[in-house]
Every structure is written in structure tokens, then in C-alpha cells.
Write a protein that binds this ligand. Structure first.
Ligand SMILES: [Fe+2]
Ligand SMILES: [Fe+2]
Length: 297
């Protein structure tokens, strides 16, 4: 029989993992991270801030609860941990999802556009997430995040910046990503990434979540790039996906060697946090793929 606690947890999850809460969090993130000007009503706004932070905290706890046991089984020595982490590319939640071969080989343009619109709306910005995460990290780890960030910035060249590169595809396909038309699963993915990167008590979770993106992005990017090419999208417009199909292989190897390994070596307790963050990110992704298939097939 389910205990009262189980039932409460279930109710909480149903509320947190749904349209209303995820749209609220997405709108709040958009507003609070936007550069602004001092506002005379800042004091009154604190009440709303507290309410949203609590909602965000409950959301993160619900995601953690799903992965805690699996993360606790990860090795706590640096070498063993990196092997465990890299295996997530094969055995992690959402890996080898049939959505991707379908996007590569079968989806028509309308279906591909819908998929990309969902993904673009749920894109929290790897560059900004990395920038938030690196605050006060140890030097060696901070340097790796800096090298990755510099690549995100096109190494100082506007044309090579990754964010605007994705925007070029959005413009070319005339997509209009918006919170209202995005499934909650995709909003939840962006909300989870933003929460982990901006909350310092989740800094190691963020390191794991960002690292697992680098680890698993190449396969998905290659499939999307192949689908775009098949549908006649020009090489210039699909560059974001072509680039990430190869660059993230290097990013992943460097992140694991220069950020994850030293983090665990310095404090083995971080292994569990990094593992949880990675599994939380992959679980959010898996839920997106399942929903997308449900909508598209
Ligand atoms: Fe990137
Ligand atoms: Fe990358």
C-alpha cells in the first residue's frame, strides 16, 4: 500500500512536471536573467522571488529523487568515476532513442521544423550556463570551462559564436520558438539546466549536467545534421549541428579529463553530485524524446 508520503510525492511530481509550473519557471528565468535597470519596486518583488525559488527547489528535488539511487552507485575515485560517466553515452537515460534515426532518415520538413522549434525554445544557452557554473571553481576546472566558453564565443569571432549560429537556422527555417507553444518536457530541460547552473549548491550537479551534454550531443547533432541535409537545408544554415557533431567529441574528452576528474580527485563526495546532475539532465532529455515521438508519430 502506498504511504501518505508516497502519495504526497506523487501529487508534487504531477504538479511540478507539467505545463503550468514549467511555463512559470521558464517565464521567471527569462525575466530574472535579462540584464535590466534598478527598479523602485525591488522590495515588493522579493515575495515573488521567494515563491519562485521555492518552486524551483522543489522541482530540482523531484528530479534528484528519480536518480539518487543510481547516482549513489557511481565510483568515487576519479578514474573509476570517469569510466562510469563516459558509459552514460551508451547506457544513460534516453540514449539511442529511435527519434534520431527517424529525424535523420524519414522526418519531413514540417516535422523537422516542429522538432527544432521545441529544441530552440528549450535551449538555455550552453555559453551562459558555463559562465554561471564556473564562478569560484578551482583554477584547473575553471580553465577548462574557460576554454569551452571561448569556443562557444567563436574564439572571439562573431560568426563563430554558437548561440547566433543556432539562431541562423531558426531564422532560415522561419521558426518562432515560444514558451506557450513548447511542450513542458522541453521547458523542464532548460529550467533544470538554468537552476543547476545558477544555484551554487548545485554547482557540481551543473558540472555533470553540462559534461553529459558534451558527451551525448555529437550523436544527436549528427542525426539532425543528416536530416537537415536530406531536406535540402544549406550547409551554412545547418552549421550549428554539423559543428557540434564533431567539436563536442573533443569538448567532452577535455571536460572529463580537466573538469570532472580533478573535481572528484579533490573531493570524492562530488562524484555523487556530478552523477546526479548528469542523470537529471539525461532524464529530462529522455522525457523530451518520448514526448516528441508521441507528438510526431
Ligand atoms: Fe556549443
Ligand atoms: Fe561543446
Amino acid at each position: 500500500m502506498a504511504s501518505v508520503l508516497d502519495l504526497e510525492l506523487h501529487d508534487d511530481r504531477t504538479e511540478l512536471l507539467g505545463d503550468v509550473v514549467q511555463q512559470q519557471l521558464a517565464r521567471w528565468n527569462r525575466e530574472r536573467l535579462k540584464p535590466g535597470l534598478p527598479d523602485a519596486t525591488w522590495r515588493e518583488a522579493l515575495g515573488e522571488e521567494q515563491r519562485m525559488r521555492e518552486l524551483e527547489g522543489r522541482f530540482l528535488e523531484a528530479l534528484r529523487a528519480e536518480v539518487r539511487e543510481r547516482a549513489a552507485r557511481a565510483p568515487q575515485d576519479a578514474c573509476g568515476f570517469v569510466v562510469w560517466f563516459e558509459r552514460l553515452a551508451q547506457v544513460g537515460p534516453g540514449q539511442n532513442d529511435p527519434l534520431f534515426p527517424w529525424l535523420a532518415e524519414e522526418a519531413n520538413l514540417a516535422e523537422m521544423r516542429w522538432y527544432l522549434e521545441q529544441e530552440a525554445a528549450g535551449e538555455a544557452g550552453f555559453d551562459d550556463l558555463t559562465a554561471y557554473t564556473q564562478v569560484k571553481l578551482p583554477g584547473r576546472i575553471k580553465l577548462e570551462l574557460a576554454r569551452n566558453y571561448w569556443d562557444e564565443m567563436g574564439r572571439g569571432n562573431a560568426k563563430g559564436m554558437h548561440g547566433p549560429m543556432l539562431q541562423r537556422l531558426v531564422d532560415a527555417l522561419r521558426l518562432s520558438p515560444s514558451i506557450d507553444t513548447t511542450v513542458w518536457e522541453s521547458l523542464a530541460l532548460a529550467n533544470a539546466m538554468t537552476a543547476m547552473a545558477t544555484r551554487r549548491d548545485y554547482a557540481w550537479h551543473a558540472l555533470g549536467a553540462l559534461g553529459v551534454i558534451e558527451l551525448t550531443a555529437p550523436g544527436r547533432s549528427a542525426a539532425v545534421a543528416a536530416g537537415l541535409k536530406r531536406l535540402g537545408v544549406s550547409a551554412k544554415d545547418r552549421l550549428y549541428f554539423d559543428l557540434h557533431a564533431t567539436l563536442d567529441v573533443k569538448h567532452s574528452a577535455a571536460w572529463n579529463a580537466e573538469a570532472i576528474a580533478p573535481a572528484v580527485e579533490e573531493d570524492p563526495r562530488r562524484a555523487r553530485a556530478i552523477a546526479e546532475g548528469a542523470l537529471m539532465r539525461l532524464t529530462c532529455g529522455a522525457r523530451c524524446f518520448e514526448r516528441y515521438r508521441h507528438e510526431l508519430w
